[in-house]
Design a protein around this ligand. Structure first.
Ligand SMILES: Nc1ncnc2c1ncn2[C@@H]1O[C@H](COP(=O)(O)OP(=O)(O)OP(=O)(O)O)[C@@H](O)[C@H]1O
Length: 269
């Protein structure tokens, strides 16, 4: 069976340069067919932001769920090492409609109630929702609900933030505002981030490194212009990288739009 080790052990735990996430030979298969993940290897450095692209059904969410430890019912092998404190943000904010905003943020928080509420109030202020603590989720816009979702993650000071198409349901303008907010939050909190997205441009402008999944393995990985090049890697300009990623996704670079190029486009009639 696959293992999901919480917390790095041994020499890795004490070494400042040790990766935050280490995935080795990860196999996941839902049925009797070919594995959705087929011996995938991935390392993510501490504080690094990795975006995962891939065609629909390429296994992006399956990988994210494995890192989140949410896949105990999925047969597979391999090892996943992640930090102890992991938060997940999904495409839909998953707020409880019967709980006020602050209660949604602190629900399940491990700290004593007073500290949890203080952390929740601070996190809501950080995402620009100071004063909305007592609002009900249905009184908020989609973008505001996603801000609450980010606040809920932030309030837990995660070492690893996993995001599954966190801005996928938002309109283009709100999405750009959320990009600015996320950058701002990451500058202050420095978690390690793995974000699944269908948007090639979003991946390039936000992440340090972009990884393309195909047939359950990594087909391509590239540093972005803002990513720090390491020995053995190369850094491209946005346009070059975009063309390269689209090619790896089997898309034509000419299909881009002003709001971003999504990897879903081929599947859309
Ligand atoms: N619970 C499940 N039971 C059976 N098959 C599943 C299950 N979850 C996912 N799959 C299958 O595994 C494959 C990979 O799914 P996954 O959700 O990881 O893909 P994805 O790359 O995130 O796709 P998308 O971009 O469309 O969200 C798909 O073929 C999907 O149908």
């Amino acid at each position: 069976m696959a293992t999901h080790a919480r917390g790095l052990t041994g020499a890795a735990a004490g070494a400042p340069t040790a990766p935050a996430v280490v995935v080795r030979d990860l196999v996941r298969s839902y049925g009797t067919g070919a594995g959705v993940l087929d011996g995938l290897d991935l390392e993510i450095g501490r504080g690094e932001f990795v975006a995962i692209l891939g065609r629909s059904g390429s296994g992006k969410s399956t990988l994210l769920r494995a890192l989140a430890g949410l896949d105990h019912d999925v047969p597979g092998t391999g090892t996943v090492d992640v930090p102890r404190n992991v938060s997940v943000v999904f495409q839909d904010s998953r707020l409880l409609p019967w709980a006020r905003v602050l209660d949604n943020v602190v629900l399940g928080h491990e700290a004593p109630p007073v500290q949890a509420r203080a952390a929740g109030i601070a996190a809501l202020a950080e995402v620009g929702l100071a004063g909305r603590e007592r609002a009900w989720p249905n009184e908020l816009s989609g973008g505001e609900q996603q801000r609450v979702s980010l606040a809920r993650s932030l309030a837990r000071s995660p070492e690893l933030l996993l995001a599954d198409e966190p801005f996928g349901a938002l309109d283009a303008l709100t999405r750009l505002r959320m990009h600015d907010l996320l950058r701002d939050l990451l500058r202050r909190h420095h978690p390690t981030v793995l974000m699944v997205t269908h948007d090639v441009d979003e991946a390039i402008v936000l992440a340090d490194r972009v990884v393309v999944l195909d047939k359950g393995r990594i087909a391509l990985e590239r540093r972005t212009p803002q990513g720090v090049a390491r020995p053995g890697t190369h850094t491209s300009t946005h346009a070059t990288l975009r063309a390269e990623l689209l090619d790896a996704l089997g898309l034509d670079a000419g299909t881009g739009t002003t709001t971003g190029t999504t990897t879903d486009r081929k599947d859309t009639p």
